[in-house]
Design a binder for this molecule. Structure first.
Ligand SMILES: *Cc1c(COP(=O)(O)O)cnc(C)c1O
Length: 425
């Protein structure tokens, strides 16, 4: 019923005397007029501020941005400029980061099924670390050692600690049912450490874990750190990476820990546990999610008396599949009426050819929401653009970085030619 809570908008979102929204000093209506809709609008200073908060909390080169959350060349350069490392989980992510001019030695390579080609590319480029996920990968690295592509790669081993932090709680699963990593419980983790230590194909520098995503309780990270510290402290390796996973508020009433609080809780726990390794983290969502909003145009408003109202916008599951994939909740509002009550409940849907194409199952919007209105959905900066698709041959939206009154196009809207570029008939 209430207006959109301003704390769900990015740091530099402001409402003018006429009620219209600006981000980074740029009018949302003007951005939409110039670049069309849908469009992802990132508050660039917000991104930088989150990077700076993370570096302040954990230290220079102890924060590894998980590029899968949101990646384009401008983003890769931004996080590099702010002193973060970059976690890539495929050859494609590595290629985009390198194309941005970011050096390979700030990149770490992840993945539970890295191909020989991806491993070869990473070693040749000279990535900082490879996070090894399986015995099969250690086999591949043995084969690649014979090719003498470069210096012996420094590796961390991904450990599955048998615990997970679900959004609001910490769960000791008692089992290690995961496609990722070496199981702690069944002894694989220790076997992998022994093998990597004896290997001449790799240099073991540490261990890694990732316990969950969109975690709201900072104490869950401390509990997971305790499990990992038990294993890692006796190994006495230089590096310990404790993953990402810090949650963000998507909808009214949610409250997530700050990056600073996460840092305090995690580093205090590590100190108390006797960890002497360099401790790093890999946030993705906490850096990028709240920095952006997606701006759509309303195309149809359909009232079905006694049933519900459907509002269709010009994007949908191709620019934000999270509601469909995970049932994730999002808010929405009108940039022309930011402080208005949102008295109408409607199902906010996209333009794809299926009923499941929902952006918000029960969106609150102003009662006078009409065809032609711009409609904004905040907190779409992570796992929106990056998980997007061309379903229905919809062209992917552009990405605009707004700061200091300047709206800079960093990814242009796709064209029909882009849809056909790989189609050689
Ligand atoms: C996805 C992922 C992250 C980032 O997770 P967020 O929830 O976005 O912070 C970090 N590390 C690894 C290994 C991941 O798979």
């Amino acid at each position: 019923m209430s207006a959109i809570p301003m704390q769900l908008l990015s740091d530099n979102a402001t409402v003018g005397p006429d009620g219209n929204l600006s981000v980074g000093g740029c009018s949302i209506a003007e951005i939409a007029a110039e670049y069309g809709t849908p469009v992802f609008v990132y508050d660039e200073a917000h991104l930088r501020a989150r990077c700076q908060q993370a570096v302040a909390a954990f230290g220079h080169q102890q924060v590894v941005y998980a590029t899968k959350a949101f990646l384009c060349k401008a983003m890769a350069r931004l996080v590099y400029d702010e002193g973060l490392l970059l976690d890539v989980a495929s050859g494609g992510e590595l290629a985009v980061v390198l194309a941005a001019g970011v050096p390979a030695n700030v990149c770490t390579l992840h993945g539970n099924n890295k191909s020989m080609t991806e491993l070869r590319e990473a070693i040749t480029a000279g990535v900082r670390h490879i996070i090894v996920d399986s015995f099969d990968e250690l086999d591949r690295l043995d084969v690649l050692a014979a090719e003498q592509l470069g210096p012996v790669p420094k590796v961390l081993l991904r450990i599955t600690p048998g615990v997970s932090a679900h959004t609001h709680e910490f769960i000791a699963t008692g089992q290690d049912d995961s496609k990722f990593g070496f199981n702690l419980g069944n002894g694989d983790a220790l076997k992998a450490v022994d093998r990597a230590r004896r290997s001449t194909s790799v240099e073991l520098v540490g261990v890694h874990c990732h316990i969950g995503s969109n975690v709201f309780e900072a104490s869950s990270f401390a509990k997971a750190a305790a499990v990992m510290a038990d294993f890692a402290v006796p190994l006495d390796l230089p590096e310990l990476v404790l993953g990402g996973g810090l949650g963000v508020a998507y909808i009214e009433g949610e409250e997530a820990p700050t990056i600073a609080h996460w840092g305090n809780v995690l580093l205090d726990a590590c100190q108390a546990l006797g960890v002497r390794s360099k401790v790093s983290v890999e946030p993705g969502r906490a850096i990028a999610a709240a920095a952006a909003m997606t701006v759509y145009s309303v195309g149809t408003v359909k009232h079905i008396p006694g049933v519900r109202t459907y509002i269709s916008v010009d994007g949908g599951m191709s620019d934000n599949p999270r509601p469909v994939l995970y049932g994730s909740g999002y808010e929405s509002f009108l940039p022309r009426a930011v402080t208005d009550e949102r008295a109408m409940t409607a199902r906010l849907v996209g333009k794809h050819c299926e009923s499941g194409d929902v952006l918000s199952f029960a969106a609150q919007l102003p009662a006078d929401t009409a065809v032609g209105d711009l409609l904004a959905m905040p907190v779409t900066g992570a796992y929106g653009h990056s998980m997007g698709s061309n379903y229905n041959k919809i062209t992917r939206p552009p990405v605009v970085f707004a700061a200091n009154g300047d709206a800079r196009l960093v990814v242009r809207r796709e064209t029909y030619d882009d849809l056909l570029r790989a189609d050689i008939g």
